[in-house]
Design a protein around this ligand. Structure first.
Ligand code: NAG
Ligand code: NAG
Length: 363
């Protein structure tokens, strides 16, 4: 999430497609529905694949495929086109680590502008401890053409996610209709990455990467996620997850889970993915599919909601609990400055309490 959980708005123009719990009747109904939809989806998907393969030849040096958008719009925003997109398959292959893990962030015009969040994000990898090399595995998913161009100027792996009829370029205000669509589009896209067979770390770009996170991940979890508030037990479903940072391994379980998460948006209209995750995390369906969820300690994966207190431990810091682009930029700039001082300081590195993060506007 770009912002803290809690705020939410109801949209009156949407009706819940379901009511009540996720019981077995519902389940069976869903299965039948899903199979029928799958069948319906196969024919157009083949056509689209054929079409995009054709048009792709005209844009050999660019991953941007303008002709895909007209195809997409006929099918609405919620398409599974990305899975069939050869440009996506190619860029995933190029960016992935040897174990098929890729770091993914999404970018829109407002966050991509010069001196905005994206620059700070890229800069953090440069001044983090041994994080520079991770940029070789970062895939930036641009939500509009300006963001795509900006990505190409600063980074090597950029991909445009075509989402016709929606303008994601401006600062989408927290919980606005466009904001919600952007968040849900992201969940659908990440599901397709898992479907293609890649593991990912999803990271918002208002998260500063200060250390390599891999040593802090749980080796056996399917889905591990950072928290706004961490209560001390990584298994405890009562932790407050933050959708802005998670590490997900591609498997049948995680693909099923992402589908379930995405489909649950109809059950909770007007809620963003993080709120819905908080509701579905207790759902028996999660246990049925055997998904192993773990919550990441804010000592390593902190944020303005709950900062990593020890600079010797921190891996990432998120500008969560902070509303407004200017406030985020202001405080993240200070945070990177604090980090730079810490890294270049010849003084005692074990004496770095919370107070070593400077006062900020956020919080
Ligand atoms: C940076 O990483 C190296 C290698 O892991 C480690 O030896 C060093 O202590 C780290 N420095 C800091 C400030 O964490
Ligand atoms: C560094 O700081 C810690 C905690 O304040 C202290 O226990 C330790 O003796 C200090 N080490 C040095 C070399 O000054």
């Amino acid at each position: 999430m770009m912002d803290s959980a809690g705020a939410s708005s109801k949209r009156s123009d949407e009706k819940s497609l379901e009511s009540g719990g996720h019981n077995h009747k519902n389940h069976f109904f869903h299965l039948v529905l899903r199979i029928s939809l799958l069948f319906l989806a196969v024919v157009p998907a083949c056509l689209v694949l054929y079409h995009s393969l054709n048009s792709f030849q005209f844009f050999p040096n660019s991953l941007y495929n303008p002709s895909a958008s007209s195809q997409d719009s006929a099918r609405g925003i919620i398409s599974s086109l990305a899975k069939d997109d050869p440009a996506l398959v190619r860029v995933l292959k190029e960016a992935a680590m040897t174990d098929k893990t890729v770091i993914i962030t999404t970018l829109n015009e407002a966050w991509a502008a010069p001196n905005s969040i994206f620059e700070l994000f890229i800069r953090s990898f440069g001044i983090g401890n041994q994080t520079q090399g991770l940029l070789n595995h970062l895939l930036v998913v641009a939500l509009d053409q300006t963001a795509y161009a900006r990505c190409l100027a600063l980074h090597k792996y950029c991909y445009t996610l075509n989402t016709p009829d929606i303008d994601f370029s401006s600062e989408a205000h927290f919980m606005s209709t466009d904001y919600l669509k952007m968040m849900w589009r992201r969940i659908d896209f990440l599901r397709s990455v898992l479907d293609i067979g890649y593991n990912f770390i999803f990271t918002d770009n208002d998260i500063m990467w200060l250390r390599d996170p891999f040593p802090r991940f749980y080796p056996d979890a399917d889905f591990q996620i950072a928290c706004d508030h961490f209560f001390g037990d990584s298994f405890d479903l009562n932790n407050w997850p933050n959708g802005g940072f998670n590490y997900v391994k591609s498997s049948k379980r995680t693909i099923e889970f992402y589908k379930f998460w995405y489909d649950s948006r109809d059950k909770y209209p007007g809620k963003h993915d993080q709120d819905v995750l908080n509701m579905i995390k207790f759902d028996p369906f999660i246990r049925e599919i055997g998904l192993q969820i773990r919550f990441l300690d804010t000592a390593y994966f902190g944020g303005f909601c709950e900062p990593s207190k020890d600079l010797n431990l921190v891996c990432t810091m998120h500008a969560n609990c902070c509303v407004g682009l200017d406030n985020k930029i202001h405080d993240l700039t200070i945070l990177l400055e604090d980090w730079r001082k810490y890294m270049s300081s010849p003084t005692n590195k074990s004496a770095t309490p919370e107070s070593s993060w400077s006062p900020r506007r956020c919080r």
